[in-house]
Each structure stands twice: as structure tokens, then as C-alpha cells.
Design a binder for this molecule. Structure first.
Ligand SMILES: C[S@@+](CC[C@H](N)C(=O)[O-])C[C@H]1O[C@@H](n2cnc3c(N)ncnc32)[C@H](O)[C@@H]1O
Length: 270
């Protein structure tokens, strides 16, 4: 039986999406670990991993906080939660606790966590303010909420020259209904509930055929475009034309695409 959060998650929770999330985690690992350093995620802390997915982050945070720390990993997908429980148990990481819950109705003790992390979660949530408010309550004073998400997704579309890719990215952008621009709004959303955005770090890069960002964009489109076709947001012919163009570009050593702009925001509970 699927949960409401799972049904609302646009990318699905099958094996292909699980593999995509692993690859995506590997792609953006340096930028993610840099944010944890900046936010002083450390040994002995209690850290909330919100919308943890299959938990690639949770497992690393568990190593970071050590046996005396705690990672509470929350996701709406029972399948992802099972995967993480299994991985944590086989790695002997008893400090990982996994909960299947909807982050929109999260109910945790006030001031019980040192830090929280949410990567590519809020772009799937229609009312992110409510989630940020709940997390702000759960954090101790001096605790940090770190969010990684998209901002100005339209810039991804505008800066590329490939017409068929442009069309599919437009369909992707529209399908999220403006939520892919959440990154730029984070400082204000945080400020409304007592979190001061002490750092705003731009994240992105240039995709060249075969590099990590190129593969990341390709894998996302392979998972998501069929879903857009099913929903009638994209025509099958548009999809086919895009993949033909993509393959041609993949053979062109001059091809380059900017990644969608992202941002890492560190909110300090004051
Ligand atoms: C793109 S994945 C990111 C996973 C992980 N944060 C990462 O960076 O690898 C988004 C995750 O958020 C979860 N999610 C989306 N909406 C949710 C909600 N309302 N409550 C709980 N989890 C949610 C999905 O199930 C999915 O696992």
C-alpha cells in the first residue's frame, strides 16, 4: 500500500529511481559534504535527514556523527525506508533510525535535534513553509537546517541552444508548478520561523558529453520524460526528437549545457 507522500512523489520509487538517486548522490557528493563542513555537522550530534530517499545521505551522516550520535531518517516511501534499514543494519550503524512519515505532518519533540538536512525534497512540496516551520521547532537553539534545492530553473532552459532539449526542459519546469524555484525563496521562508540564512552557496556546473553532470541530467530525463508523456505534458514525438538530438550532441566534443542552478542554504536557529 503506498502512502500519500509516495503517491505525490513525481519520480516514483522503483528500482530505476533508486539507482538514479545513488548516481545523483555520487554526482553531487563534494558539494554536499562541503555544506556539512560549513554547517559543522559533527560527532555526537542528532541529525534529521528529511526526505532521505534510500538513505545514501543518512548512511554518511551516521559515519559523521559516530556511534554516540543519532540520525533520524524520514521518508514517505516504505520501500526506500526498508532499503535504508537493511543497509544500515548490514553496516552495523545502529545510530540510524528510519521512520516512514510525511514531512508535511512531521511531529517530533521540540528542540530535540542539533541539525537537519533536506536535499531535493522541498521542490516536491507544495507548501514548503509548513515543513520549514516544523523543522525549526525541532531544532535546538544554535542548530542548523541545511537545504539543497533548485533555484531559477528557467535559467537552465534559457542558456542552452538545443531546441528539443529546450522543449523537454520547459515541460519538466511546468510539471513542478514553480516549485523548482524554491532555492531563491529559502532565506525568506527560513527567516519567518526564526532561522537566519547564514550562508547561501551556489551549486552547479557545466555538463559536457560523458562528464558527471551530463550523466546526471541524462539519467533524470530517462526516468522522468516517460512519466511526462503518460501525463500528456509531452508528446512521444517530442521525446523521440529530443533523444535523437541528445545522442548527436553526445558525439560532439563542443557540446555543453549548464546544469540547472541550485543552492545550498544554511539556516541557523537563533
Ligand atoms: C529526489 S529524492 C531525494 C532523496 C535524498 N534527499 C537525496 O538527496 O538523495 C526526494 C525524496 O523525498 C521524498 N518525499 C517527497 N515528498 C515527501 C513527503 N511529503 N514526505 C516524506 N518524504 C517525501 C521522496 O519519497 C523521495 O525519497
Amino acid at each position: 500500500m503506498s502512502t500519500a507522500a509516495e503517491r505525490d512523489y513525481l519520480l516514483g520509487t522503483d528500482e530505476e529511481e533508486l539507482r538514479r538517486l545513488q548516481a545523483q548522490h555520487d554526482t553531487w557528493h563534494p558539494e554536499t559534504a562541503d555544506l556539512w563542513e560549513r554547517a559543522d555537522f559533527n560527532v555526537g550530534q542528532a541529525i534529521l535527514d528529511l526526505g532521505c530517499g534510500p538513505g545514501f545521505i543518512s548512511l554518511e551522516l551516521a559515519e559523521r556523527v559516530g556511534a554516540e550520535g543519532r540520525v533520524l531518517a524520514v521518508d514517505g516511501s516504505p520501500k526506500f525506508a526498508d532499503f535504508l534499514r537493511h543497509r544500515a543494519a548490514s553496516a552495523g550503524l545502529q545510530q540510524v533510525e528510519v521512520a516512514v512519515a510525511d514531512v508535511r505532518t512531521l511531529d517530533l519533540p521540540t528542540a530535540s535535534m542539533d541539525a537537519a538536512f533536506a536535499r531535493w525534497l522541498l521542490c516536491f512540496i507544495e507548501e514548503p513553509q509548513g515543513v520549514i516551520e516544523r523543522v525549526a521547532q525541532v531544532l535546538k537553539t544554535g542548530g542548523r537546517l541545511v537545504v539543497v534545492d533548485y533555484c531559477a530553473y528557467g535559467a537552465f532552459v534559457a542558456r542552452i541552444e538545443y531546441p528539443h532539449l529546450r522543449r523537454v526542459l520547459q515541460a519538466v519546469h511546468e510539471s513542478f508548478g514553480g516549485r523548482l524555484d524554491i532555492g531563491g525563496k529559502l532565506p525568506e521562508l527560513m527567516a519567518r520561523c526564526g532561522l537566519e540564512a547564514v550562508e547561501v552557496v551556489p551549486i552547479g556546473g557545466i555538463a559536457r558529453p560523458g562528464n558527471r553532470i551530463w550523466r546526471w541530467i541524462e539519467q533524470f530525463l530517462r526516468v522522468y520524460l516517460p512519466e511526462l508523456v503518460v501525463r500528456g505534458a509531452l508528446r512521444e514525438e517530442e521525446c523521440t526528437a529530443h533523444w535523437e538530438e541528445w545522442q548527436a550532441n553526445a558525439r560532439d566534443p563542443q557540446a555543453s549545457i549548464s546544469s540547472p542552478p541550485m543552492v545550498g542554504v544554511i539556516g541557523l536557529k537563533v
